[in-house]
Design a protein around this ligand. Structure first.
Ligand code: XIL
Length: 429
């Protein structure tokens, strides 16, 4: 399990850590200085390759013996012509290079690892290969929303979401559905139709019956209602609630949507989904009061989705634990449904190494948070590659929010997720 290596003069641990290609480095300990021994944990073959090839440690002569519980030891060697310095470095690789994907790590610990998906990218080999390899759950980013899937009265456009469903089937992934009731991405025939509450009620009832019915047996969990509350904990004014609404007061329209969804597919899990509800605040208090009321009256709700569109200033993740606990105590599942951590970009559209490290820590903490609760059943990111993230379009100057960069290389955030999973023992099979 040891590797001996010589490293060129001028090598410094900082340089390695800050060097963008060396994205696989997750942890360092007892770094060497000249003549000393240190250790680095590397978590993938590609990170080792990056380390060898990127010039930071050019002039390296290395022999690495690898092994882990799940993989027999293996010998790698790379020779260099130009060994300049007698420094000696020991790579500690006991738990490394087992090359487990995120989905394998999550499966072994009872957590689905999901991503939002855009069907128009599925034809791109790197996109589909990464999605298939790393994720055990997928959800259309837009294709199941009211406008895209029901663009005209009585006209359903199931094609794009069906492609996502087909991909999930072919790759043994769970399919998550979003969203049936929301104030955004509704078609103009609904928003501009000057309908009465009775008409809107039957439009929504028919929509839920048709969409949930179409995916019955395919979608295992639906976000039924999205973002019904304001930051202050009031019900948001939406076409479904009060402008003109479907004719029900308070959370009545939310309840009605859950009841319609349950009758369209009695087996699907039904979630309420929202943002900035991950800590205890006015909004999460309102969601909690609604969920408690629904549970006490037998309204069919199974879980709460926490979107988690986070920033690097995100409050200490420790503060989220008490909030998650109060929802699980109601007998609800929780899922993290839209995780991303947006970062400021410089003029070259790059985030700083420091910001990327902070981001990795947040990803790690969020996955660790989920792992604390057996009722936390999924961690899903909102897309997986920075190439197609919604962030730069929505938050100009921000980006780099996801675990894979635009070239599909795992970022420190990816390693943060890996480290979180590895900090928990796999369940016995
Ligand atoms: C976003 C999509 O990512 C964008 O492509 C689209 O233009 C707008 O919607 N909260 C949600 C998601 O619940 O549905 C949103 O998705 C992001 C914020």
């Amino acid at each position: 399990m040891l590797a001996g290596a010589r490293v060129e003069r001028g090598f410094s641990p900082q340089r390695v850590l800050q060097h963008p290609p060396v994205l696989g480095l997750t942890r360092t300990a007892n770094y060497l200085s000249c003549g000393q021994i240190g250790s680095i944990e590397i978590s993938s073959i590609s990170s080792l390759r990056a380390l060898l090839s990127d010039g930071v440690v050019r002039g390296l002569s290395i022999i690495v013996r690898l092994g882990s519980a799940s993989m027999p030891p293996l010998l790698l060697s790379a020779q260099s012509k130009n060994v300049a310095c007698p420094l000696c470095l020991v790579f500690s690789v006991a738990a490394m290079l087992s090359a487990q994907s995120l989905r394998e790590l999550g499966d072994a610990r009872g957590v689905h690892v999901g991503s939002a998906v855009n069907p128009s990218h599925l034809a791109e080999p790197e996109y589909s290969a990464t999605l298939a390899k790393e994720f055990s759950q997928i959800e259309p980013e837009n294709a199941m929303k009211f406008g895209p899937i029901h663009p005209a009265p009585g006209n359903y456009n199931f094609g794009p979401a069906d492609e996502v469903a087909q991909f999930a089937r072919s790759h043994n992934q769970l399919l998550r559905g979003a969203v049936l009731v929301w104030h955004n991405q509704n078609p103009s025939w609904v928003t501009g139709g000057k309908h009465t509450p009775e008409q809107l009620s039957s439009i929504l009832r028919d929509h839920i019956a048709a969409v949930v019915g179409h995916y019955a047996g395919q979608v295992y969990a639906w976000d039924v209602v999205n973002e019904a509350f304001t930051a202050g904990g009031k019900l948001r004014s939406t076409i479904w609630y009060d402008s003109p609404g479907i004719g029900l007061s308070g959370t009545g329209y939310v309840e009605q949507a859950f009841r319609w969804a349950r009758s369209a597919d009695p087996k699907a899990l039904l979630f309420y989904n929202d943002y900035e509800t991950e800590t205890i605040n006015s909004k999460s208090d309102a969601v909690y009061a609604m969920a408690r009321d629904f549970k006490s009256r037998g309204v069919p709700i199974d879980g709460i989705g926490f979107q988690m569109h986070l920033t690097r200033e995100t409050e200490r993740v420790g503060r989220m634990e008490a909030n998650i606990r109060r929802f699980t105590a109601l007998g609800l599942q929780v899922q993290i449904t839209e995780l991303d951590v947006r970062l400021p970009l410089d003029s070259g559209n790059l985030a700083s190494p420091r910001a990327l490290a902070r981001q990795a820590k947040i990803y790690r903490q969020i996955v660790e948070l989920c792992l604390k609760f057996k009722q936390c059943t999924a961690v899903q990111t909102w897309g997986f590659t920075d190439k197609y993230s919604w962030i730069p379009r929505t938050y100009p100057g921000k980006g780099d929010a996801l675990p894979f960069d635009s070239g599909y290389k795992p970022k420190p955030a990816y390693e943060g997720i890996v480290a979180a999973f590895k900090s928990r023992r796999p369940k016995q099979p």
